[in-house]
Design a protein around this ligand. Structure first.
Ligand SMILES: N[C@@H](CCC(=O)N[C@@H](CS)C(=O)NCC(=O)O)C(=O)O
Length: 204
């Protein structure tokens, strides 16, 4: 068994993919345990908060909460700053991505297309541009959050940008982050990272 085992849904997005990409960028082999809905429901009672991703680390049991998992990977593999105030800046960006998810995700559960479109138009006019400005404020000179080298905060920002820019969410313009050059530089830097390229080349 590898040192790490990631358990998540069989999809290349959101929180589980952040953990997978962090391990890839860290150069760590891991067991990629992908669940279908039935397997997830069977496992759910054993999960600390009934949710995924979870990370198993040899000798340390099962770990949960994505940002906590990312910080662990970051601390062990030099993808997260040691200096406490610098770490707060990285944490703030990671928490901001979770907040963005919590604003957008409820619209994915709206059955009424008109209500969903309206909710997303409001996000596109207010919260999301405001979020982008906050992120630009915190990133620093770049190209990555910590300067020349990527870290786990960059991986989270890449996933957030990819989610919006893919155009997968109806009624949310995919160019919403075009006015955010620092976020775009982070996203380009992670997308072109050799470990990320090789991960997606293998995924096909
Ligand atoms: N705060 C948790 C949230 C985890 C979470 O909501 N995961 C989703 C998938 S991204 C999930 O397991 N959804 C299914 C469920 O809760 O039943 C974290 O950051 O890991």
């Amino acid at each position: 068994m590898a040192e790490y085992r990631v358990t998540y849904f069989d999809l290349a997005g959101s929180r589980g993919e952040e953990v997978r990409l962090a391990l890839c960028v860290a150069g760590q082999a891991f067991d990629d345990n992908r669940l279908d809905r039935a397997a997830f429901q069977a496992l759910k009672p054993e999960l600390p908060f009934g949710s995924v991703p979870v990370l198993e680390v040899a000798g340390h049991g099962l770990l949960c909460q994505t940002n906590a998992i990312l910080r662990l990977i970051g601390r062990r593999h030099d993808l997260y700053p040691e200096e406490p105030f610098e770490a707060v800046r990285h944490d703030a960006l990671m928490d901001a991505v979770e907040e963005l998810r919590h604003k957008i995700s409820p619209t994915m559960r709206m059955a009424d297309p008109a209500a969903r479109a309206d909710a997303r138009r409001q996000l596109a006019a207010g919260y999301i541009p405001h979020w982008g400005r906050g992120v630009e404020h915190l990133i620093g000179p770049g190209p990555f959050v910590g300067g020349e080298r990527p870290g786990v905060a960059d991986i989270k920002l890449y996933m957030a940008d990819r989610w919006i820019s893919s155009g997968a969410l109806d009624d949310l313009p995919k160019d919403l982050f075009d006015p955010c050059p620092k976020l775009k530089a982070v996203a380009r830097g992670i997308a072109s990272h050799p470990a990320v390229q090789s991960w997606y080349a293998k995924a096909g």
